[in-house]
Design a binder for this molecule. Structure first.
Ligand SMILES: Cc1cc2nc3c(=O)[nH]c(=O)nc-3n(C[C@H](O)[C@H](O)[C@H](O)COP(=O)(O)OP(=O)(O)OC[C@H]3O[C@@H](n4cnc5c(N)ncnc54)[C@H](O)[C@@H]3O)c2cc1C
Length: 245
């Protein structure tokens, strides 16, 4: 939300109906849904990673309920990255020298992964991006939104990407490239859990008023790949998720 530096050249501006910041699962799902509902709506997605999926924490066990609703025909798409279904859940309490199995029936339902898929979330995002682009969504990797833009009434009117080629002294180098402005009728911030622009907006508009504080937990996760019948847990991780292919 820095003030425009008067010494720098003006930024070029591009107009869209919807500007989405972040090509993670939520940004891409939103882009796809928007195009499904309204194909003529212009949608752009900015991603700061070198490519879609580059900044996504990859190994995940995913409930397909969302993808079933968003892309109902995904099972007939050979390129869909949902291939390995969970067949068995085992939970162990680990001591220094042994592992005590916790019966599945006392585990809360959310720990039951039957029917879920073991995926690379980065690959899920890459696949979602191809589906979004096929619907006409424009996706710009390597473009980090670095500034929220406001109109005269103080409403969000879009974002600006950062200038490239600034020297250590804060002055433009010979590689200097001015950032661009992306204006949208709507701007959707899908930066993930602690997005820098989202934090500014939460503070500015008091969006966390009457809301629970963000909660964070620490966990360890290992995904082991093996042939059917051969998968074995063998690490000291808090929990290990296994799938037999
Ligand atoms: C350790 C860990 C394990 C997890 N395991 C599972 C699991 O097993 N199953 C499951 O369902 N979920 C799991 N999750 C949760 C899951 O990863 C998140 O719910 C999901 O990734 C959230 O998607 P998102 O699109 O909101 O944000 P993110 O996935 O964080 O995506 C945000 C994207 O926005 C980009 N971005 C951020 N800021 C900007 C900016 N200013 N300009 C441009 N681009 C920007 C980032 O590069 C990133 O690509 C796990 C999460 C963690 C941290």
């Amino acid at each position: 939300m820095a003030e425009e530096n008067q010494e720098l050249p003006a930024r070029e501006a591009m107009e869209f109906d919807v500007v989405i910041v972040g090509a993670g699962p939520s940004g891409l799902a939103a882009a796809i849904k928007l195009k499904q509902l309204s194909p003529e709506t212009t949608v752009v997605v900015l991603e700061k990673g070198s490519e879609v999926g580059a900044h996504i924490l990859s190994g995940a066990v995913v409930d397909p309920i969302g993808i079933d609703r968003l892309i109902p025909d995904w099972k007939s798409d050979d390129t869909a990255p949902f291939k390995t279904q969970v067949k068995d859940d085992r939970f162990y309490y680990l001591t220094k020298t042994s592992a005590i199995r916790v019966p599945n029936f006392i585990m809360p339902p959310l720990m039951n992964n039957h029917g879920n898929y073991i995926v690379s979330l980065g690959n899920v995002c890459r696949w979602l991006a191809t589906r979004a682009e096929a619907l006409g969504v424009e996706i710009y990797p390597t473009f980090a939104a670095s500034e929220v833009l406001f109109d005269e009434q103080g409403a969000v009117k879009g974002v600006a990407t950062g200038d490239k080629g600034i020297g250590r002294d804060g002055k433009p180098t010979s590689h200097y490239e001015r950032g661009i402005e992306l204006h949208g009728k709507y701007t959707l911030f899908a930066e993930g859990a602690r997005g820098s622009l989202s934090k500014q907006l939460i503070a500015k508009f008091g969006l966390d008023k009457n809301a629970e504080p963000q909660k964070f937990g620490i966990g360890l996760k290992g995904t082991l790949e093996g042939r059917a019948g051969q998968a074995q847990a063998g690490t000291g991780a808090t929990f290990v998720r296994l799938a037999a292919r």
